[in-house]
Design a protein around this ligand. Structure first.
Ligand SMILES: [Fe+2]
Length: 301
């Protein structure tokens, strides 16, 4: 059994207390990780490495090398940042849980990535609906060492600010709500099908750069090898109108040709938002909550 004070996902008193006190950005209380927490990291990491070598995009493998993650212990974010910040200006910033949409994107604009510090239960390594430090630090952070990728995340933050300005300029309050709900949906779908579940062609081979896949032992093989999912070239108008579900392997992936193409697509997203093209996207997942809406409509932009 874990000690009462460890940092297991959904069962960490430290996190519950921080949330109860309204603290979103926190310190990583490293001494609270239990032996089982470290064992969960070690197990996740060691079984993932051969799959990364086989299926991950070369930029991700370079990143894993560059941030020097410890295979045996949950990483200290301060150690990661020592390697990461000189490369792209990015840092991993500890959070106590869910970050409302605008704050999330705005954090990216400031070159910081909101990073979960809890780790999944040793007995549930395969499926976890919530992000944990393995997903965030091993799945996301290595990509942040790449300059173009890091700039793409910053651009996402700028797009969010443009979207907030655009929605705040709408006088009719109800219309402003409807519009920003649709835009947040579009941005979340774009983020999902690229940063979280994106595939990319590299030297003629299909590779994974999306963090949701890179942190999943089962899905990384499925995404590349299985005949089941559909794989289509990235198309902005499709992606922003495509609903997604989070509780099973993805039935649909979008393949992009390069990180430059990805950056250009985020720029195009901003143009489309300002041209009103995201005002009325198709309904369906993801659900946008009240906190997300308010975070955009009340942001100082
Ligand atoms: Fe993620």
């Amino acid at each position: 059994m874990e000690s009462a004070g460890d940092l297991t996902t959904t069962r960490a008193p430290f996190i519950e207390n921080a949330r109860a006190d309204g603290e979103l950005y926190i310190e990583q209380p490293y001494e609270l990780y239990s032996a089982q927490n470290h064992e969960a990291w070690r197990t996740l990491y060691s079984r993932m490495v051969p799959r990364w070598e086989r299926y991950a995009h070369p930029k991700f493998l370079e990143g894993v090398n560059n941030v020097a993650l410890d295979p045996d212990r949950v990483p200290r974010l301060s150690d990661i940042n020592k390697f990461l910040s000189p490369l792209s200006g990015f840092s991993a910033k500890a959070v106590s849980g869910y970050v409302p949409a605008y704050l999330f994107f705005d954090c990216l604009r400031g070159r910081a990535f909101p990073t979960t510090i809890t780790i999944r239960d040793l007995s549930k390594l395969d499926y976890l609906p919530e992000p944990d430090i393995f997903h965030d630090a091993a799945g996301h952070v290595p990509m942040h060492t790449d300059k173009v990728f890091a700039d793409t995340l910053v651009k996402f933050g700028e797009v969010a600010r443009s979207a907030a300005r655009y929605a705040q300029s709408i006088n009719d309050k109800e219309q402003a709500y409807r519009t920003i709900e649709s835009i947040i949906k579009g941005m979340a779908r774009f983020f999902w099908f690229t940063i979280e579940f994106g595939l990319m062609r590299s030297n003629g081979e299909l590779k994974v750069y999306g963090s949701g896949i890179l942190s999943s032992y089962g899905e990384i093989e499925y995404a590349i090898e299985s005949p089941e999912p559909q794989r289509y070239p990235f198309q902005l108008e499709w992606v922003i109108n495509q609903y997604f579900e989070i509780d099973h392997y993805q039935p649909l992936y979008f393949v992009i040709e390069s990180f430059d193409e990805l950056f250009a697509a985020v720029e195009q997203l901003e143009d489309w938002i300002e041209a009103g093209k995201l005002d009325c996207l198709s309904p369906g997942e993801p659900n946008v909550n009240e906190e997300d809406l308010k975070s955009f409509l009340e942001a100082s932009v």
